[in-house]
Design a protein around this ligand. Structure first.
Ligand SMILES: Cc1ncc(C[n+]2csc(CCOP(=O)(O)OP(=O)(O)O)c2C)c(N)n1
Length: 349
């Protein structure tokens, strides 16, 4: 099946009307709300960064919202999740509050990691990170899948989000091989946003679609999803999750997407023309969802604006919370960090 968006990809066949009927108005509006929260969080987080209130790096998830919203909607949060430095959205979806998230970006004591992790290292209840070594988190996700199997945790799987730039790392292949050999319940999700920093995926990865080719090398199933389309993501994740739970075999998913910003806030993305970016933004996953829900009589312009305003207000309140929060006490510098204890081997000096 060739997708109507006229891409070279053969997306997972899904039926938008069936997803709409299955989820219903209330749930769909909640999911749209989640996408709007992520979008507003990123817009204002970036603004705070520009004002010098946020240190370190900032990697926006803008443009990719449909993927992780679709995933968590389909699988629920009772699983292990691991992702890259582009981690704000997943943490919000796994119940990190906007207040603690924003405070973490500001480096405040009330932050999600006491102000010591920052933008790239957000953790939440079922989120093992927020990890910044490209491909380095994939063995961690594989280990989480092993623990699920070892502890016989029924109904759980390990979700590992990685970028297209990570797929050529050795650790990714070692993980896929081991997960396939040991039948580990792991869903490896490549968020193919076409770029690894300023290098296009065509110049970096020898075979495409990536998931289809890589999966066949390891004898596992693959799924290619339209990462701009919530409905396709939801349906694809649901099926893939079911497949993993019922077979305890890993799967490889590739969600084709686009980021709306540069690699990070310090990247002006000059490798992409304005026209290209405009065209990309016509496929805004939020607008696509808005359009679909409007067509089904579940949404109108004023309700959409209201939902958007509510999320904006939540994020602005989070900024105020972060602004007014105290800085971490320097006396707590060594607390909550992973290091051997003093006098017990190599102390962290
Ligand atoms: C092992 C390693 N090599 C290089 C880097 C520098 N680096 C940070 S992000 C990045 C690009 C990754 O792109 P991709 O995996 O496609 O993820 P995206 O940023 O597009 O979400 C690189 C090379 C790193 N963090 N870790």
């Amino acid at each position: 099946m060739k997708d109507e968006t006229n891409t070279p990809y053969h997306f997972f066949p899904s039926n938008r009307d069936a997803v709409i009927e299955e989820l219903g108005k209330e749930k769909l509006l909640k999911l749209l709300e989640q996408m709007l929260l992520i979008r507003n969080f990123e817009i204002r987080g970036e603004a705070a960064y520009q004002q010098g209130k946020v240190g370190g790096f900032y990697h926006s998830y803008m443009g990719q919202e449909a993927i992780q919203v679709g995933c968590v909607a389909a699988a629920g949060s009772d699983n292990w999740f691991t992702t890259t430095y582009r981690c704000h959205a997943l943490a919000l979806l796994l119940h990190a509050t906007p207040n603690e998230m924003m405070a973490e970006l500001y480096g405040k004591a009330t932050g999600n990691a006491g102000g010591k992790g920052g933008s790239m290292h957000i953790y939440a209840d079922h989120l093992l990170g927020g990890l910044a070594i490209v491909g380095g988190h994939v063995p961690i996700a594989t280990g989480a899948a092993f623990s699920i199997k070892y502890l016989k945790k029924k109904g759980w799987a390990s979700f590992c989000f990685l970028g297209d730039g990570a797929v050529v790392q050795g650790a990714v292949h070692e993980s896929l091989n081991m997960a396939a050999l040991w039948n580990l319940p792991c869903l490896y999700v490549i968020e193919n946003n076409q770029w690894g920093m300023g290098t296009s995926v065509q110049r970096a990865v020898a075979v495409q679609p990536i998931a289809k080719h890589y999966a066949s090398s390891y004898g596992i199933k693959s799924y290619t999803l339209n990462g701009m389309d919530f409905f396709n993501c939801y349906a694809g994740f649901k099926e893939a999750y079911h497949e993993v739970l019922s077979t305890s075999r890993p799967v490889l998913i590739e969600a084709i997407t686009q980021r709306f910003r540069g690699h990070s806030i310090s990247d002006p993305a000059l490798y992409r023309s304005k026209e290209e970016l405009h065209k990309t933004m016509e496929n805004d996953p939020i607008l696509l969802m808005k359009e679909a829900l409007t067509q089904h009589g579940m949404l109108n312009e004023s309700t959409f604006k209201e939902l958007d305003t509510q999320q904006k207000e939540i994020v602005i309140a989070a900024m105020k919370f972060a602004e007014e929060s105290p800085w971490p006490n320097p006396m707590t510098l060594e607390e909550g960090v992973f290091a051997p204890e003093e006098g017990n081997g190599n102390a962290n000096r």
